[in-house]
Design a protein around this ligand. Structure first.
Ligand SMILES: Cc1cc2nc3c(=O)[nH]c(=O)nc-3n(C[C@H](O)[C@H](O)[C@H](O)COP(=O)(O)O)c2cc1C
Length: 324
């Protein structure tokens, strides 16, 4: 279980994520009156107390028997938001009830449009208010050996696609089940009622194309270094993606955020909010919902302190010019 959670951190890409964040200084600006400061943001029509979202992480009952419900409860109690994974280990409806507020849903393509539509409809019926479509990891890559009592309870069992002689297991097997640009256009048309974000974008051209197809937001991410080991550090792609999509499209960031200062680094480059992955799972493993709430609170305290030391009272002040 530890290996599954920690995977991607001590890789070339994982280390590069860390190094890129560490290489970005935050320059103190004393003597600024920051009284009345806060970390509130407006995001897709919702006011959140802070910009530290819980990233979609699969199989959270691996870390704690209360699983995704505990994380969702903590996110809501801390006035934040959680993106619930397609590979959640508890029913989407039960997680939504635990949060007592509408959550976001992370979608993995389910091999074809019919299966994907069934999953999507279920999430929307359960009240999920935003869809985050992850495109950087074909779902079969995510397969890991699991204990008997933990599984992705919300998805239908994957179909079998036998390979013909001469076909490649990668190109014709795994990737045959991955989505394409036309599927993204279909997904947009299929979900007019909710904001649609695309997660796992590192190239300005891909971000621009997704927005042209109607996406409302982009998550710059290399999946925390877990997929393509020679991918660039996500932080190094943030500025060009923001420039490509323009100011009206929120760009979110994840991969390597371990502290409030890390969050401020990404926010100061123009990210509207950040997603935090592994740190809250450590909290979940250590203390269930209270552990997750504690991690969120720590990160938020660190963010407030870093903002104050940089002379920024609000996140509008942060985005006005770089803290570096
Ligand atoms: C154990 C684990 C499982 C993950 N499962 C998913 C998933 O189901 N869907 C998804 O979009 N991203 C998934 N991710 C990626 C995270 O959403 C996020 O991009 C990444 O963890 C951010 O990096 P950080 O952990 O350094 O904060 C997973 C990451 C980890 C560590």
């Amino acid at each position: 279980m530890w290996h599954y959670l920690d995977g991607g951190r001590d890789t070339v890409c994982g280390r590069a994520n860390r190094a890129a964040l560490d290489a970005m200084p935050l320059r103190p600006r004393p003597l600024v009156d920051v009284r009345g400061g806060h970390t509130r943001i407006e995001l897709f029509g919702e006011t959140l107390g802070h910009p530290l979202l819980l990233a979609p992480i699969a199989y959270q009952r691996l870390q704690h028997p209360d699983g995704e419900c505990a994380s969702a409860m903590a996110a809501a109690a801390q006035d934040g938001q959680m993106v619930v994974s397609t590979l959640a280990s508890q029913p989407l409806e039960q997680i939504a009830r635990a949060a007592e507020k509408p959550l976001w849903f992370q979608l993995y393509w389910q091999g074809d449009r019919e299966r994907t539509a069934r999953l999507l409809d279920r999430a929307l019926a359960a009240g999920y208010r935003c869809v985050v479509f992850t495109v950087d990891a074909p779902i079969k890559l995510a397969a890991s050996p699991l204990p008997a009592d933990v599984r992705a309870v919300n998805i239908e069992p994957p179909g079998q696609r036998p390979l013909r002689p001469g076909q490649s297991e990668v190109f014709d097997g795994w990737m045959a089940d991955a989505p394409g640009w036309d599927d993204l256009a279909w997904l947009r048309a299929r979900t007019p009622e909710v904001p649609l974000l695309i997660k796992g974008v590192l190239h300005a051209a891909d971000a621009a194309r997704a927005v042209d197809l109607g996406c409302d937001g982009v998550v710059v991410s290399n999946h925390g270094g877990r997929v393509l080991d020679c991918a660039p550090p996500a932080l190094s792609c943030l500025t060009e993606v923001i420039a490509a999509v323009g100011d009206d499209v929120p760009v979110l960031f994840d991969s390597g955020i371990d502290s409030g200062a890390d969050a401020l680094r990404a926010l100061s480059l123009g990210a509207r909010a950040v997603l935090v992955g592994r740190p809250y799972l450590w909290g979940l493993a250590a203390g269930g919902a209270l552990g997750v709430a504690h991690v969120i609170r720590l990160l938020r305290d660190e963010l407030e302190m870093s903002m104050a030391l940089c002379g920024r009272a609000t996140l509008a002040d942060v985005s006005a010019d770089r803290c570096g």
